[in-house]
Design a protein around this ligand. Structure first.
Ligand SMILES: Nc1ncnc2c1ncn2[C@@H]1O[C@H](COP(=O)(O)OP(=O)(O)OP(=O)(O)O)[C@@H](O)[C@H]1O
Ligand SMILES: [Mg+2]
Length: 243
């Protein structure tokens, strides 16, 4: 290996996952978590923010498809996490895209490209204002699904991800597996974590693997992903082997 500058790693906050990434995400990169509905994307992202808070960082959560109060309620009832308390302490800032004051309403009247450009501007101004260390966007499909040209989509994804790289902010972005949009978003990402579920015998097993991590080796195994009242963790076992 050359004497390159050692890039700083950022802990994901998911027990067992940093090991699969050989140390975590790289600081100042755009990281994607993708998977079908209900595979744990929102929990993953929220736990990633909680890790930042525990390390004394400032965090930001950009919500595009539901209101932030729904997320606050879900995380309270699932894990007892007090996101409202973190907001009051200035450790977490929500950017609610559905908030009318942002005038970023998804509407058939607004051209999709224009919507994403305004979305990007909004992110830039919020990053300037709040100066967060980590950002979670849940999710990007609402913004990107309406773009018909794949070329345009690639360019816009690169534009949005570039905002984080330029400012050394570590971003985590979720995308659902819809109409191949996840694949397009994955191309633009610095890392991709795939969440899934498999039917093994009569059991439903949650699974996780690292699809890519630019600039690093990874553990190339599918592992069991466990969600319990204390949050999400990767178990060091394969979902496909007899226990
Ligand atoms: N305390 C808990 N213990 C075990 N499982 C839990 C707990 N809280 C939530 N879950 C599970 O996590 C699943 C949802 O995770 P999450 O909302 O992160 O998925 P998602 O991928 O974001 O889904 P969507 O695509 O619908 O947004 C729930 O369906 C629920 O079964
Ligand atoms: Mg979700």
């Amino acid at each position: 290996m050359a004497d390159e500058v050692i890039q700083e790693r950022v802990s994901t906050g998911i027990r067992g996952l940093d090991e699969m990434l050989k140390g975590g995400f790289f600081k100042g990169t755009a990281n994607v978590v993708s998977g079908k509905s209900g595979t744990g994307k929102t929990i993953f992202g929220t736990q990633f923010l909680m890790e930042g808070v525990n390390k004394g960082e400032t965090t930001m959560c950009i919500i595009t498809s539901e209101e932030s109060k729904s997320l606050v309620r879900e995380m309270q009832s699932s894990f007892g996490w007090d996101l409202d308390g973190l907001v009051n302490d200035g450790k977490l800032v929500f950017v609610d895209i559905t908030d009318p004051s942002l005038r970023l309403q998804k509407s058939v009247e607004i051209a999709p490209t224009e919507l994403i450009k305004s979305f990007k501007k909004l992110i830039e101004s919020k990053l300037e204002e709040v100066k967060p260390d980590r950002v979670f966007i849940d999710s990007v499909e609402a913004m990107f699904l309406a773009i018909e040209s794949n070329y345009k989509l690639r360019t816009l994804i690169d534009d949005v991800f570039g905002v984080f790289r330029k400012r050394e902010v570590t971003a985590l972005v979720t995308v659902g597996s819809m109409f191949g949009l996840d694949e397009m978003v994955e191309y633009g990402a610095d890392s991709v974590i795939k969440l899934g579920r498999e039917i093994i015998g009569s059991n439903l097993q949650r699974t996780v693997y690292v699809m890519k991590l630019r600039g690093s080796g990874t553990i190339n195994e599918v592992r069991v992903l466990n969600i319990s009242d204390s949050g999400m963790a990767v178990l060091p076992q394969s979902p496909y082997l007899e226990k």
